[in-house]
Ligand binder design. Structure first.
Ligand code: ZN
Length: 311
């Protein structure tokens, strides 16, 4: 059997068509894949970045198994002076949302993060929250910029009632990138709100038996918490810097007047001044972690210990 010239020509044409069709289908397939990856919503989890560990807890509770949460400020690091690593910066390229909270490293880095990642949605979870003024504290040291915003207290995550507001903002952001998951996100939000309401009540109960409400801190982290539960924090740190001799003398006098017997510190800041003042007034220095990931358990445990020292 032999093929005529005519037959060979026909076969070639058929092969060429099949080849073209294969190429066309491969191209379509590739386009489809790239398309779904860019939308960040089909198939696998959606990638989220947050600034601090407690926010990871919030976003995971609300996003459930649909989110993969990455944290900028790792355990033990200071959110006021933090600098993102090159690895973190490049990880932002396929991230859907960055939930900012207002800690000072964001003021330095968010503009750059936004301009390098035009598709990244940046959401401030301070939205709708009336910020309080911070005690003897400024965040201007690290970025050299001085404005009125600098004297506002960024520690909004330490009041469970304010966390409920942040949770609504988080849920709205997640629904924006996962519209098909609206029902489960709303359900998760409701149980998280209940968790925060229960936590608020449990903390309130802890402070029922206290006889005095003032305490010293090095860094004024507990402002919203103190406002909520009727406490008063007195900051050793001054404008985000080490205290002057005059400020130290004032603190020692105030502590004696108010019979303050406890100083709360945290790992992210120096304990030198707290220990010196503790020696001068006969107070105890207690370490807390306001940036723990295990948010609810940690905050209740902290409240219990605080209450013990305020009885
Ligand atoms: Zn702080």
């Amino acid at each position: 059997m032999s093929l005529s010239k005519m037959d060979i020509k026909k076969l070639n044409t058929i092969f060429l068509r099949i080849f073209n069709l294969t190429v066309l289908m491969s191209l379509l397939f590739l386009t489809a894949c790239t398309g779904s990856r860019q939308s960040n919503s089909t198939g696998s989890k959606v990638k989220i970045f947050v600034s601090i560990l407690p926010q990871k807890y919030f976003v995971e509770k609300i996003g459930g198994s649909d989110v993969d949460v990455y944290v900028m400020v790792r355990p033990g690091q200071n959110p006021h002076s933090y600098e993102p690593t090159p690895k973190q910066m490049s990880a932002l390229s396929d991230t859907a949302i960055f939930f900012a909270i207002g800690v000072s490293f964001e003021k330095v880095w968010l503009d750059r993060i936004a301009s390098e990642n035009p598709k990244l949605i940046i959401i401030s979870t301070q939205k709708g929250i009336k910020l309080r003024k911070i005690e003897a504290h400024s965040h201007s040291v690290h970025n050299g910029a001085e404005n009125s915003e600098e004297s506002l207290d960024p520690h909004i995550w330490l009041d469970p009632v304010l966390v409920i507001q942040q949770a609504r903002v988080i849920a709205d952001g997640l629904i924006q990138v996962l519209p098909e998951k609206r029902a489960s996100i709303e359900a998760n939000l409701q149980s998280f709100i209940l968790e925060m309401a229960n936590l608020d009540e449990a903390i309130r109960n802890e402070f029922k038996g206290i006889t005095h409400n003032s305490f010293l801190v090095f860094h004024p982290t507990w402002g919203y918490f103190s406002d909520r539960y009727g406490l008063e924090q007195i900051a050793i740190e001054q404008e985000g810097k080490e205290p002057s001799a005059r400020h130290l003398t004032e603190i020692i006098e105030t502590s004696k007047k108010k019979n303050i017997k406890v100083i709360f510190v945290q790992e992210q800041f120096s304990k030198t001044y707290a220990e010196a003042i503790a020696n001068a007034i006969g107070a105890k220095v207690i370490t807390f972690d306001p940036l723990a990931e295990d948010y609810s358990n940690n905050l209740l445990k902290t409240a219990k210990i605080m209450a013990e020292y305020l009885k």
